[in-house]
Unconditional design. Sequence first.
Length: 103
Amino acid sequence: MTEPMYLVWSNKQNAWWGPGGRYYTQNLWEAQRYTLLDAEHACQIRTQQPGKPSTEIAVMAPESGRPPLTDEELRYAPELMRRLVEDVNRMDRRERAREEATR
């Protein structure tokens, strides 16, 4: 099985990182794919502000770790990814709040 690939979502730009991190894109299929290690590194480049959402988050690419997408899944993938971004942001906010509370 191949290693899952990830996308980097910018909460600041409200878009995916494009190829090479040179620009942002709303197009899910145009977004750069990263290994988990590279995506986590990309998400740590910018300084995070306490009490604010993370500037960037890593989200597993829709085609990773699963059989090929059907035509219907391809059609709805952008909406599913939008929901996934919301879920990951919620988890990130809870985790960051717990970390700040223990300081």
